[in-house]
Design a binder for this molecule. Structure first.
Ligand code: NAD
Length: 454
């Protein structure tokens, strides 16, 4: 079996990569298992140095990695550079962790009690195609820092950067078997990792449907599991907000990466008094988006990942859809779809209002007051992200506390910052990645009591 990697902007095949069978996955797990004891026992300072060397290799090859991401994922080059830099930064951040992986000393009668944070063993990281390098780094960096060995299963459409990153890890001095990349089909290679008894943890980022399947697959071995799943996030704009800024930034909060972003603010809720004014400001912001050749430095939005995904996104905008206005998209080859704004007072009848489109389609809806805004924002099975625009600090905090989502930003659209925890409420996920506590998800706590009684 082989995977054909297509350039989504041209539809040309840029590489063909062997797809791992279940037996090949088993062999990778055996190598990871064999490499584990020595990697666990590397002195913390040495493990830190190796992770720093790995980060520096990524830095030296950042442009090469970014160009590879443009080719396999169609990401605009400026964004792809950010993605390579994010992988480097996350490796540097967690390079600081091995030397700080402290336990507790707990006061108890009759002796001394201490806790240790011990690695789990073999960890598998299953990665989607929408942000191949960052998502790989968020799992790999803390897992390695904690002393685990890691197998990455990249998405079928985007294995190239992951394969190159694994080569860079070896060049940086990571021992063989500590970080492996196994490209393959989800239901074959991904599923085998979840079923394999020697894999102690799955980190999965992808669709809620597959996430639920993996949760069940992990049950027989009580395998540890982190899930980063879908989203249907709200961008709440109150009447007292800086409307010009809210409207100028709203397109990027949903259309960046062609809307293929789990944190996409794909529902814009606007207070009724300023609804018309906001739409009037939004229209030029959407028509001004630069959609086109991903290799061009000025391009802001590229194509969708595949023909099948384009057909799926299109299905959310039938002929009778309430299209308020649209941006541009190139003609010719490539999986292009124009940024599209749907707006109607009857927004609940719009399918795109309820479901994750994962494409450049946003629905704008009016609301009357704070309680209605919060109720609308929470009226979804997801809870990943969201934004709140207001000049009233009390209202900003009340709304942020009431919206059931893991990552909220006020007067900005920030979601993922590697210094802070990231993850979802409800069906958007399980557990948290990034931030200072990420190593807790890659360690077991061992408690040891030492009797000091004579
Ligand atoms: P997907 O679930 O189809 O695939 C994700 C990964 O899982 C791929 O590597 C795929 O090969 C693998 N996979 C597929 N079926 C599998 C199976 N049965 N067993 C094991 N592995 C399997 O998702 P996708 O279409 O690649 O990504 C889009 C989804 O990812 C969206 O829903 C998006 O919101 C979500 N996402 C979430 C986050 C987050 O951090 N919350 C980040 C990025 C993407």
């Amino acid at each position: 079996m082989h995977l054909d990697v297509l350039n989504p902007a041209t539809e040309e095949i840029v590489a063909t990569v062997p797809a791992a069978s279940a037996q090949e996955v088993d062999a990778a797990v055996a190598r990871a298992r064999a490499a584990f004891p020595a990697w666990r026992d590397v002195a913390p300072g040495d493990r830190a140095r190796l992770l720093r060397a790995f980060a520096e290799k990524v830095d030296v090859h950042a442009e090469e990695l970014a160009v590879l991401e443009v080719r396999e994922a169609g990401h605009p080059i400026a964004q792809a550079r950010w993605e390579a830099a994010n992988l480097r930064d996350v490796l540097h951040y967690y390079a600081g962790a091995p030397e700080r992986l402290t336990g507790l000393q707990i006061p108890v009668p009759g002796g001394v009690d201490v806790t240790f944070k011990e690695p789990l063993g073999v960890v598998a990281v299953i990665v989607p195609w929408n942000f191949p390098m960052p998502v790989l780094g968020w799992g790999v960096a803390p897992a390695l820092a904690a002393g685990n060995t890691v197998i990455v299963k990249p998405a079928e459409w985007t294995p190239l950067t992951a394969l190159r990153v694994a080569e860079l890890a070896l060049e940086a001095g990571l021992p063989e078997g500590v970080l492996q990349v196994v490209p393959g089909e989800g239901p074959v290679a991904g599923r085998r990792l979840a079923d394999h008894p020697d894999v102690r943890k799955i980190v999965f980022t992808g669709s809620t449907r597959v996430g639920k399947e993996l949760m069940a697959a992990c049950a027989p071995d009580v395998k540890r599991l982190t899930l980063e799943l879908g989203g249907k996030s709200a961008n709440i704009v109150y009447a007292d907000a800086d409307l010009e800024r809210a409207a100028a930034t709203a397109p990027y909060a949903v259309f960046e990466n062609a809307g293929q972003d789990c944190c996409a603010r794909s529902r814009i809720l606007v207070q009724r008094d300023v609804y018309d004014r906001f739409l009037a400001l939004l229209e030029p912001a959407v028509s001004g988006l630069v959609v086109g050749d991903p290799g061009d430095e000025k391009t802001e939005i590229g194509p969708l990942i595949s023909a099948a995904h384009l057909a799926r996104v299109r299905s959310y905008v039938p002929d009778d859809a309430p299209v308020a206005f649209r941006g541009e998209a190139p003609d010719g080859p490539g999986f292009w779809y124009p940024p599209t704004v749907l707006a109607t007072p009857d927004f609940r009848s719009v399918r795109a209002w309820h479901e994750e489109v994962f494409g450049p389609v946003v629905t704008v809806a009016p609301f009357t007051d704070e309680s209605e805004a919060i109720a609308l924002a929470n009226d979804t099975p997801y809870g990943l992200s969201g934004s709140i625009w207001t000049r009233d600090i009390g209202r900003a905090l009340r709304t942020a506390r009431a919206v059931q989502a893991g990552n909220l930003s006020v007067n900005s659209h920030s979601s993922v910052r590697y210094w802070t925890p990231f993850g979802g409420y409800k069906q958007s996920g399980l557990g948290r990645e990034l931030g200072p506590d990420a190593l807790d998800a890659f360690t077991e706590t061992k408690n040891v009591f030492l009797n000091t009684e004579p």
